[in-house]
Design a protein around this ligand. Structure first.
Ligand SMILES: [Zn+2]
Ligand SMILES: [Zn+2]
Length: 458
């Protein structure tokens, strides 16, 4: 009998949440991703690592440096001290910066909300644990555990810098995990390189946008042009523009759009300000400026753009000063309480000359969502502890998703001809849309929304 292979989802629910998956290939035991839930606190924010025997995992693979994929890696490493840890070299750098920042965020959350478990790890823990992280470039197959039958290859997932889909070959099975994927080119990062994967037995695929039909005729270039023309209009009426962005990914994409437009003369040469964490992340993006998957080879954001950066004093960001005819690309992307974009918005939103530009997703529990639902003149709440403020500035929305349209993903799944498909990283409604489509279009494949903790044979 051939050795068996299995998959167990360590996510607490079928949702985007805290991603982590346990796979076995014969005797080899591996974990893919170790996320932190963006909306839960303490224990509930951690994947079900308790379903793993202590010190039993051989290797861990991290798809990219977003918190929902890497945020609890140090927790997993403590419980699995002999696990080798692999990611792309870009993710080694980004995850280090992100997790150190996460220690600061968890420390203040711990104090504020009285969560004893926070921080889940310290700066000191990180400095020790990151010593064993190993960077592996795209398209170079490696043996993660020297004496075991498993080969792994990272493939560019086109989502953010260093993001990878992961091909695992062992126990006679070929398994591919997409991670978060975007097939379309963005402004700085090229689309995914998932070509020629060969025949797959199992595909583990994200389903983030399963609920949203693609807009027919959508053209990303036109979307960029609309943003630039809206920004220009604000500058012409002596207002300023606020673009709430995630520190890693969206910040660098938006900065590239701004630089392209300034160079072509479509946008006046106004000052651009970013936050402190964004500067750190942008620095890492610049370190990899010569990667061949860059749309603008050798463009270094911090060197080539005259940016103003927010600063931090005693671990807290110093408030950013407002000026007319300026662009502020500030995190967080969802304007969560106590973040730079949230604090800055307090005096920014009441000014009708200004404009606010949403370039990403807003979770319904966040201030950005409420602002997007509001009308001009409404009072909006930015912070539960403070008075609401009048929303007098323009609010605009754009689609610059780092995730593939559901139709693109469906196409990819069908082309893969995998005989078994696990639908992950999406709310139930999103996964179910894929499940129904695939039942129709791939009747001979097994399509599964994995239940937390359940073992599935591959
Ligand atoms: Zn992501
Ligand atoms: Zn994700």
């Amino acid at each position: 009998m051939p050795p068996s292979a299995t998959l167990r989802s360590l996510c607490r629910a079928p949702e985007i949440g805290a991603n982590s998956y346990f796979l076995t290939f014969g005797e080899t035991r591996v974990v893919i991703d170790a996320g932190l839930h963006p909306k839960e606190d303490g224990e509930e924010a951690i994947p079900r690592f308790d379903l793993l025997d202590t010190d039993s995992v051989d290797a861990v693979f991290i798809s990219h440096a977003h918190l929902d994929h890497v945020g609890t890696l140090p927790v997993l490493q403590r419980e699995q001290p002999h696990a080798r840890v692999y990611m792309t070299p870009e993710v080694v750098d980004l995850a280090n910066a992100l997790l150190h920042n996460s220690v600061n965020v968890m420390t203040s959350q711990g104090d504020e909300l009285g969560i004893d478990a926070y921080p889940l790890f310290t700066h000191g823990d990180l400095d020790e644990l990151d010593q064993v992280w190993q960077g592996r470039p795209y398209r170079q197959t490696f043996d993660p555990v020297w004496d075991k039958d498993l080969q792994v290859t990272f493939r560019d997932a086109g989502h953010v810098l260093g993001s990878a889909g992961i091909l695992l070959e062992g126990a006679g099975k070929r398994v591919f995990y997409t991670g978060d994927v975007q097939f379309r080119d963005q402004s700085l990062i090229s689309g995914a390189d998932f070509d020629e994967l060969g025949p797959l037995d199992t595909l583990i695929v994200e389903t983030t946008r399963g609920r949203t039909p693609s807009e027919p005729g959508f053209d990303r270039e036109e979307e960029v042009a609309r943003l630039i023309s809206d920004l220009t209009e604000t500058m012409h009426r002596n207002g300023s523009a606020l673009i709430p962005v995630f520190a890693m990914g969206k910040t660098q994409e938006v900065l590239t759009m701004i630089q392209n437009a300034k160079e072509s003369g479509d946008l006046p040469d106004v000052p651009v300000t970013i936050g402190g964490l964004s500067t750190k992340m942008t620095n890492i993006y610049d370190r990899y400026a010569s990667n061949k998957n860059r749309k603008r080879p050798d463009f270094r954001i911090l060197r080539d753009m005259d940016l103003r950066a927010g600063t931090r004093r005693r671990g807290k960001s110093v408030p950013i000063r407002y000026q007319e005819q300026a662009i502020y690309a500030l995190s967080s992307g969802m304007m969560s309480e106590h973040t730079v974009s949230n604090t800055f918005a307090r005096s920014f939103l009441p000014n009708p000359a200004n404009s606010l530009h949403f370039v990403g997703y807003s979770d319904p529990s966040t201030p950005s969502y409420h602002i997007r639902q509001a009308n001009t003149g409404d009072l909006v709440s930015l912070d539960k502890a403070k008075d609401p403020v009048p929303l007098n500035c323009d609010v605009k929305e754009y689609n610059f998703s780092g995730h593939a349209d559901r139709e693109h993903l469906l196409d990819f799944i069908i082309k893969s001809q995998a005989r078994q498909i696990f639908l992950v990283h999406g709310d139930l409604e999103s996964s179910q849309w894929f499940q129904e489509e695939l039942a129709r279009q791939m009747p001979n494949s097994e399509v599964i929304i994995p239940l937390p903790g359940e073992d599935y044979n591959l």
